[in-house]
Design a protein around this ligand. Structure first.
Ligand code: HEC
Ligand code: HEC
Length: 358
């Protein structure tokens, strides 16, 4: 730094490594920005809630979240003069909290998915973004309420026939399905095939218990249990019988062997005549003489169609020998207690739409 100061130039006399500090005024654009900024801040301060004075830290200890306290302990601004903290005839004000009775009353008016819970602060004093967001959520819920009420009054079949309601239901189904079903059935409903415990594919046209709207709603409400007994329940079947039955099931799937409704072979009679006798004696109580399973014989007993080459537990020789030799069982949990009737309806629509609903 040098102390050299020449009054004839515009310098302050300060110089660092050859860089001189001049006394020029700030550029005009910069000054304007500065003054406009000041005006903006002043207006903002008057209109909107701003300074977090008196933000009552002791309240944090008393169970209100720090964020709410911070927004609540602000200077109020004049925004609230034009903003009306009212919804459904209820005026909201600082500090008041939702009681369970008030929430129940709103539910009585048809709101079935309130995002508030007892103990939440109601709208805060004056205008805040939190208020505005809560109000918007309330408005969306009130819009949905009419559609939800319509949904309540319709059967699954009626919803499926009504494009607008169907789309509404499918929109609502996404979260319900993801939360309750996807863990087992996969997010696209394709199920999980594994040698041990298999979750059926919901997106094909192959049903254990039926793909009609009523059957789907029943499955979801009451759950289902499928039990394939080891060796069809007949201990006298030998391992060789089991292997031949597995081969027969593969042939039924590929079309090499075909059965009519009376259990007579219409294809493959030469090769499979003997094993078909064993099949008819041991397997048809559940899978029926035509091997098409319960659903296609109007009996939702969970015994699968063995002629469609769709295998939940695996369709190769080893897996089929395991299935027939040692049996399989699987359980679909009941959702009747966990989900309300409308949610179950929505899920029935969803499963029906996933693929092969009937
Ligand atoms: C814990 C795992 C699990 C969950 C969670 C689950 N399921 Fe299932 N679901 C199964 C199993 C296993 C079966 C097959 C039952 C059987 O073989 O008897 C099944 C069967 C079904 C069927 C019958 C399919 C047919 O072919 O007839 C439907 C429909 C179904 N589930 C829908 C749902 C829906 C909708 C949900 C969500 C609300 C759901 N499942 C949740 C395991 C589950
Ligand atoms: C008491 C009724 C019953 C009898 C008898 C029975 N099954 Fe089953 N079978 C079922 C049920 C129910 C299932 C589905 C199991 C499940 O959902 O866990 C099944 C499943 C199967 C599967 C699995 C198909 C797949 O998708 O992976 C095969 C293969 C099978 N049975 C073959 C046979 C054969 C062969 C016999 C005769 C030896 C037989 N079953 C006898 C009820 C029966």
């Amino acid at each position: 730094m040098s102390d050299h100061h020449d009054p004839s130039d515009n310098s302050t006399g300060h110089e660092w490594d050859g860089i001189r500090e001049l006394k020029n005024p700030a550029p005009t654009w910069w000054s304007w920005g500065f003054y406009l900024g000041l005006i903006f801040v002043t207006c903002y301060y008057i209109i909107y809630p701003s300074s977090p004075f008196n933000n009552g830290f002791e309240k944090v200890i008393n169970g209100i979240t720090g964020q709410e306290v911070l927004v609540d302990g602000h200077t109020k601004g004049i925004m609230h003069l034009i903003y009306d903290n009212e919804f459904e005839g209820v005026k909201y004000y600082a500090g008041a909290k939702w009681t369970q009775a008030e929430i129940d009353a709103l539910k009585g008016k048809g709101y079935n998915e309130l995002t508030i819970k007892a103990g939440d602060l109601k709208f805060q004093d004056g205008w805040t973004y939190v208020n505005e967001t809560r109000r918007e959520i309330a408005e969306i819920e009130s819009l949905r309420r009419d559609d939800m009420a319509r949904l309540d009054s319709m059967s699954v079949a009626q919803i499926l026939a009504d494009d607008e309601m169907k789309h509404f239901a499918l929109g609502r189904a996404r979260v319900l399905y993801g939360d309750n079903c996807a863990a087992c059935h996969g997010s696209g409903g394709a199920g999980v095939v594994s040698a041990g415990f298999a979750f059926p594919n919901l997106s094909d046209d192959d049903w254990l218990f039926g793909g009609t709207p009523e059957a789907l709603a029943e499955t979801i409400t009451d759950g289902r249990e499928g039990d394939m007994p080891a060796r069809g329940g007949n201990d006298e079947l030998t391992d060789a019988d089991v292997a031949s039955l597995a081969g027969f099931v593969i042939a039924l799937g590929s079309g090499e062997a075909r059965l009519d409704d009376g259990g007579e072979l219409t294809a493959g009679a030469g090769t499979f005549g003997a094993i078909n006798t064993v099949f008819q004696e041991n397997c048809t109580a559940c899978h029926y003489a035509n091997a098409k399973g319960g659903v296609l014989n109007d009996d939702a007993n969970g015994a699968v169609n063995l002629t469609d080459a769709i295998y939940r537990f695996g369709g190769d020789m080893a897996a089929l020998k395991e299935t027939i030799g040692n049996g399989r069982s699987a359980e679909m949990p009941a959702f009747g207690e966990k989900l309300d009737a409308t949610s179950i309806k929505i899920l029935a629509v969803k499963v029906h739409q996933l693929g092969g609903g009937q």
